[in-house]
Each structure stands twice: as structure tokens, then as C-alpha cells.
Design a protein around this ligand. Sequence first.
Ligand code: SIN
Length: 472
Amino acid sequence: MKFDVVIIGSGIAGLWAAKYINDNSDLSTLIITKKEVWDANSFYAQGGVTMALDKEDVALHIEDTIKAGSFHNNKEMVEILSRSSLKLKEDLKNYGFKFEGVTREAAHSVPRVYHAGGDATGRELHRFLIKKDKSYLLDNASVFDLLIEDGVCYGVSLLKNNKKYNVYANNIILASGGIGALYKYDTNARTISGDIQGIAIEKGMEINDMEFTQFHPTVFIQSKFSQKLLLTEALRGEGAWVVDEEGKRFLFEYDERGELASRDIVSRAIFMHQQKGHKVFLDVSMFEEEYFKNRFPTIFNKLRDYDIKVPFEKIPISPAFHYFMGGIVVDVNAKIKNFKNLYAAGEVANTGVHGANRLASNSTLECFVFGRKAARDILKNRFKTDERIFDINDEILFKENDKKYKNMLREIMWKNVGIIRTKDGLSEALDFVEKHIDKLGRLTKLRFLTAREIIKAAIKRKESLGAHYRKD
Ligand code: SIN
């Protein structure tokens, strides 16, 4: 099988890239997704898409993004991101997508997060893009290798129905998302496990900002599924309070912005308060029931399943892993350094827009903006690989104890490479990874490779910055 463009991942970055290519050329596109097409992080985005309100708001959006990112951002990329948001708004409108309103999320100076479907913006966008998609789709297919020689990627190796295949391509876009499954508590889709980053590391691609892992402050972690229920920032943006068992709004002891401080600060404050023995809740009792049900239907219904009667009852919360700022380094065209035809867009990439801590709902925007950049560059260059056949990587993909080690990794990443880090804790995590990495099946080994780089980067950065907090 050979396609003009193979896209790994069926989230917004991949779908938007595919749409541009399909609308503007007759190139063949294949989207490969690990499970079902909706098993992507952007499908679960609740808050929305950040877009500058108008030309005048661009400067403030850039400022908010850079402040939230602890000034570690790539300014040029942030400017591209924000300016492109105006065009994106036009494009989505022209394609017939309707947002239902604009809300505020933490660390935004003004409401500029566009939402749809109440708290189901990601789902609505995803459904809209899938309906329009003209690509071939290969689902339930796990990519376990990239076919690379001399700065050219010739395709991917994947597992489908227990059989290994090579699929060849002229251009490849990695849009496979982040690393949620590396942590015990996370809000990510079940498929998001850092394995493509592992391949990138193995192949020597440049990675950056690996120490910056973002924890969302308000997550209901008591659900039985590995994907924990996010309680969107828009709740706090629209007035919800974070309180302890005595009803005290303790966040103000940590930051004068209280509930509206950036995500890293709020997560840390909640975590520290919990460590002092307090219980922490989200109080949404200021919302009328009818309003809450319509504005936040996903949260309303899911919590009712757990017998929590919102908005009347407080929701027990904890921070949980949410988003990875690190990733594979790309240029302004979303192209991976030193490659002729390999791109990365969305959470798997490191564009530098998020700095050390992502501003709320900038990630969906990044998926759109850099997904399209990759697509445009492919159409501009029309790179063609020569005909070559690769042997399929014969490493064993699964081994007997993989599950046990995956779970141990999740525990140690949460405990030692989480919200608050120390040299000893990080060293213990690194020892654990080094000790076990060579006994694993390939797919688990790829996760461990990614985890190892996260830990090493966290050890290397001795000072606290953004989402990376060193107690010592
Ligand atoms: C949220 O709705 O709180 C999540 C949005 C984001 O991840 O930026």
C-alpha cells in the first residue's frame, strides 16, 4: 500500500490537515488511528478553542499565552498561533461550523474561548470534521515503527488484526497526541500513550521541553475508567469556586487571582492543600440547575451517573495529568527538523507555543493552525519518495509482563514525576525505567523511552518553571 499522505492520529490536527489536502488536491490521504476514530484527545476537549476576538486582541492573547507559559515560549510561534486564529474563525464559519458562545478560562484576560455543544466542543468539532472527511481510514491499527532512511520517511509499520504491515507514503504527518497513559491519573483518551514520541526518540529526532507536563486542577478522579473526568476550566471561568471541607476558598493563599490563576499554580495549590490533609471540592452551587445542565451537559450527566447531584452537591476533585508541552521539535511549517517529508502537529509536536505551561484551550487552536501548516507545506513541495521496500521490524511487540510494568510506570510517574518533584524522587523513577526497559515488548518499551526522556529533562532542570516544580 502506498499513499501520498499518511496521517497518524484522528484528532483535530490530523483531520484538519487531511481536509486541507483533500479540498485542494487529488492526493490520496490515509488516516491511521489506534482504536476508534473518536479516541483522540481533541474529541474530549470541553472548554473550547481559543481564538483572538479581533485584531486588537491579538497582542493581549500573545501576552496571556506567554505569561501562562512562564516566558519560556517561542515568541515567533505564539505570534503565528494568535494571528492565525482570526483566519481560523473565518474558515470554520465559512465551512458552516457554528460556535454557540465565548467563555473565559483561567489566565485569559478576556473571554475568548469559543465553545459548542455546551462543554462538548471537541466532540462537536470532531463530528463536523469527520463528516466532511474524504480520507481513507484505518482504525484499530497501532503504528510501531517509522521507515526512515537518510532524512526521508518512507512510511510506517503497523499492527492490524494481529498482523504486521508496512504502509508506504510520500509524506507523513504525526498527529498522535500526547502521553496520558504514562500517568496513574489522567484525563486523556485511552489511546494516548507516548509511543510515537518513543519512536521519535529512538530515531534520533530532536525533542524538547520534555520536563513540562501539565496537570489539570479540577478532575473527578473517582471514576472507574482510566480516563478521568475533566471538569472544564470554563466552570471556574464562569464563577465556580475551589473550596476545602470547611468551604474555604484557599486558593487565594497561593495566588491573588484565586480560581483564575494559571493551571500550574491552581494544580499545585490544590495538591499542597491535599497534602496538608484537606479534602478539596469544586463548588458549583452558584449555577442554576437548568443553566448548568445545558451549559455543561457532559459533566452534568456523568456526575449524575456517580450520584453527585450537581449543581447542589460539591464535586470532589484532584489534579490529574492533562497535557504534554514537550514533544518533537518542528519548524514554522510543522516539519520535523532534518526531515524532508515528515511533519508533526498537535500535542505530539513541540512548536514552542505553550512554553512551560499551556494557556487553557490554546491546544485545539494549535492543532488547527499547525495541522494546516503541515498540509500546506506538503502541497507546496509535493515530495515523492522513491520506491523502496523495507523489512518489517521483527521485535516482539507484546511480552507477558508488559501490563504489570505499564502500571508500575504510571504509579511512579504520578508519585515522582508529578506536580511536585525532587532529585531523589526523579532519580528513583529513572532507576526504575532503566532497570526494566530492556525486558519489555516493543510497544511498552516505546512508552518507557518517552518516560525516560521526561525524567531526564526533569532532573536536568534544577529550577522550577511553569508546570515543572522542583521542591528542592
Ligand atoms: C478545559 O476545558 O478545562 C480544558 C481545556 C484545555 O485543556 O485547555
